[in-house]
Design a protein around this ligand. Structure first.
Ligand code: SAM
Length: 216
């Protein structure tokens, strides 16, 4: 899966240790995913490389302008044939079901907004899908893009040590979209806090029954 991320801060993605370690780092090393960041500013034709301007009609803040966004998206679309996704609090909630759908694409283009957002004409003309990572406002789309990359990568074959674990995570089909049951590890008795007896019983049918009853 190839992710091309359009941003005003490519180093937030390229230099991020989050993409160098653990599951995501391994997925990159094993070429299960490729993550490339592209600087939108490089496409600005303004003599000061400006990428933002004041909103028509007034109001607070600045907006990312059409020209650098049109040019950078068009340039990346020559190499990446996947849908163009804009991360925005106004988008559809990024649920596990949507993450599983996104994981079916061999390529994705992710656009990170900044300031008060982007000119509506970019959304109308060039954006295929819009996702929010939650009902709150962040400073930019880079963290949401990284969240999407992480969640999608976990769905790809070979990304997790045990492919089964994504199938049994919270919101999975096996758990009927519900949240996972409580987990315990050794010791069985920690300062008087005991693990439920059924989990120590070795009776797999009973354990499964207990787990399904304790979904949250
Ligand atoms: C300060 S926010 C703009 C918020 C916008 N004025 C609004 O009220 O919806 C700047 C950028 O951060 C990103 N962003 C912020 N919160 C987000 C969220 N919850 N999900 C996805 N992207 C988000 C978007 O790319 C957005 O364009």
């Amino acid at each position: 899966m190839h992710f091309d991320i359009l941003t005003l801060f490519p180093s937030f993605i390229e230099d991020n240790p989050y993409f160098k370690h653990s599951i995501i780092g391994r997925a990159i090393e094993q070429k299960i995913i490729k993550v490339r960041a592209h600087d939108i500013r490089k496409h600005s034709r303004n003599k000061h490389n400006k990428v933002d301007d004041t909103p028509y009609g007034g109001g607070a803040g600045m907006l990312m302008t059409c020209q650098p966004l049109f040019d950078s998206i068009k340039a990346i679309k020559k190499k990446n044939k996947g849908p163009v996704i804009f991360l925005t609090p106004q988008g559809k909630q990024l649920t596990n079901t949507r993450v599983r759908e996104l994981a079916k694409n061999p390529e994705l283009i992710l656009l990170c907004g900044r300031y008060e957002g982007i000119d509506q004409r970019v959304r109308d003309e060039l954006i295929d899908e819009e996702y929010s990572i939650g009902p709150y406002v962040l400073t930019g789309g880079e963290l949401p893009a990284m969240v999407l990359v992480d969640a999608v990568t976990r769905q790809l074959p070979g990304a997790l040590h045990d492919d089964e674990s994504a199938l049994e995570d919270s919101f999975s089909r096996k758990l009927k979209g519900k949240k996972e049951y409580p987990h315990y590890t050794k010791p069985a008795n920690f300062k008087g806090l005991k693990v439920p007896d059924v989990l120590l019983s070795g009776n797999h049918a009973e354990i499964e029954k207990w787990r399904m009853k304790n979904l949250r």
